[in-house]
Design a protein around this ligand. Structure first.
Ligand SMILES: [Zn+2]
Length: 221
């Protein structure tokens, strides 16, 4: 099997590679002696939160020269996260996040399905509602603000400095992004209908959806 990958940024180039040749992200756990990209390694979430290290390369996210105000947090998320502004995974460097969004086979190949088989029994489910589908579009959400949702291991996506949308390893088109968001919306609507106050939750969701559309590329045409 031959794989073609975009040129990695230096921090990713230093990572070990798996047998197929993919750089192994820092967060990845080992199952039966092999890195399993679906599994978060022990201590990685705590380490990322405590030390604010990049989820992908493990290096510090804090800009030591210019300080926290100049620090960027780049989340690699699915398009629905632009609606509910939540990520279950900690942020990365901007360059590391873009690399993941363009090189990760799950994120770049819309037809590829998540493999849930043979996950170790103690694989932890992330907090929050996970949308288990391949969105086809990967979003890199860059913000200067670190904010967790109190009581959960969830990250709030603060107002973005930049949003970058990708499909199949290249910038996504407006239609691809809109298709992806619209196909995922019923899942969030079904979730809102289960809320204690479904009417209010549905109105909130409609407002979140409108706000997300402002971030879709090509809106000014
Ligand atoms: Zn990094």
């Amino acid at each position: 099997m031959t794989i073609t990958l975009p040129a990695p940024p230096p921090r990713v180039a230093r990572l070990p590679r798996n047998r197929v040749g993919y750089p192994v992200p820092w967060f990845v756990g080992v199952v039966d002696g092999e890195p399993d990209f679906r599994v978060v390694g022990p201590g990685k979430m705590d380490g990322a939160v405590t030390f604010r290290c990049c989820w992908i390369c493990g290096g510090s996210l804090i800009n030591r020269t210019l300080g926290p105000a100049a620090t960027q947090y780049a989340y690699v998320v699915g398009p629905m996260c632009a609606v509910n502004r939540t990520s279950a995974e900690p942020p990365a460097h901007r360059a590391c996040a873009i690399y993941a969004a363009t090189a990760c086979p799950f994120l770049t190949t819309p037809g590829m399905r998540r493999r849930d088989s043979r996950l170790p029994e103690n694989a932890a489910e992330p907090d929050g509602v996970m949308i288990r589908r391949n969105p086809g579009v990967a979003l890199v959400w860059v913000t200067n603000t670190w904010r967790m949702i109190p009581g959960y291991r969830l990250f709030h996506l603060a107002d973005p400095a930049e949003t970058l949308w990708f499909a199949e390893g290249r910038p996504a088109t407006r239609d691809e992004v809109l298709d992806s968001i619209d196909s995922g919306l019923p899942l969030l609507q079904a979730e809102a209908e289960q809320d204690d106050d479904p009417d209010r939750a549905l109105v909130t969701l409609a407002l979140q959806y409108e706000r997300a559309l402002e971030l879709v590329p090509g809106g000014g045409e």
